[in-house]
Design a protein around this ligand. Structure first.
Ligand code: ADP
Ligand code: MG
Length: 249
């Protein structure tokens, strides 16, 4: 289980997060919603180790994750996508997928030099896994196209696939559906449910309330760096404070 305890982050004196606590469970999809600037991406950055909080802690299965160390957090099985896709635009789609996989035996220089057979087999296995994932994503026909030639929506699907290549226990998604056409959003929804079905913990930041209502078991609402509501998507939609914060009153 992913546990966030009393996390506070200030940027030059301004509190982006103010004592946020929540937990996310394996096999569940937790939605994180809130107006722009409410601290959603900052929270995701804290969990991913990209930002060290001023106070508070993140633990996975009771073990604290090292603050501000994204590499070590990734090694603990946490993967993420970004609000703006980060792809190697000139590499092909399948090459991007293969970069997404970490800690494969073929990656070590020693293995490469001393046991080239092992390294080649690992490379082939990785390519196979990447291709299988592209098939699941409906992107297999684009495997050899440069990633930069994909539509924005396809790039977001690709980013999800890349994050999954490391077989994460926890996956963090920052507005995957923003600017994506409804057909591809539908594909994302199927994919998100499959991730949870595999027992992964999914944390989803999203403005698309239909998507949130469709996939989330629980929703947490942030406003000005604090949690103002949590519950099922239906509960949260009826909450008066949530309505007010979205209407900006
Ligand atoms: P959201 O993702 O909910 O739109 P963010 O987490 O990006 O919100 O931002 C929360 C607040 O923190 C905003 O006021 C934003 O301007 C501020 N903020 C975010 N990142 C930085 C940063 N690197 N430096 C300074 N202020 C930041
Ligand atoms: Mg954001």
């Amino acid at each position: 289980m992913l546990l966030i305890r009393d996390v506070t982050v200030a940027f030059s004196g301004v509190r982006a997060l103010d004592g946020v606590s929540l937990e996310a469970r394996p096999g569940r999809i937790l939605g994180l919603i809130g107006p722009n600037g409410s601290g959603k991406s900052t929270l995701l950055n804290v969990i991913a180790g990209a930002i060290a909080p001023d106070s508070g802690a993140v633990t996975i299965d009771g073990v604290p994750v090292p603050a501000g160390r994204p590499d070590q957090v990734a090694a603990r099985g946490v993967a993420r996508t970004f609000q703006i896709s980060r792809l190697a635009r000139r590499l092909t789609v399948i090459q991007n997928m293969m970069v997404g996989r970490r800690n494969q035996p073929g990656e070590s220089l020693m293995t490469l030099l001393l046991r080239p057979g092992v390294s080649r087999r690992a490379e082939a296995a990785c390519a196979q896994a990447a291709y299988a994932m592209l098939q699941r994503l409906g992107l297999a026909h684009l495997a050899n196209h440069p990633a930069g030639s994909l539509s924005g929506g396809q790039q977001k699907l690709l980013s999800m696939g890349m994050a999954l290549m490391s077989e994460p226990r926890v996956i963090l998604l920052d507005e995957p559906a923003a600017g994506v056409n409804p057909v591809l959003v539908e594909q994302q929804i199927v994919f998100l449910k499959a991730m949870a079905g595999e027992g992964r913990t999914v944390l989803l930041i999203e403005h698309n309330m239909e998507m949130i209502a469709d996939v989330c078991d629980e929703v947490v609402v942030l406003d000005a760096g604090a949690i103002i509501a949590r519950g099922t998507p239906a509960d949260v939609r009826q909450d008066e404070r949530v309505m007010r914060s979205y209407l900006g009153e």
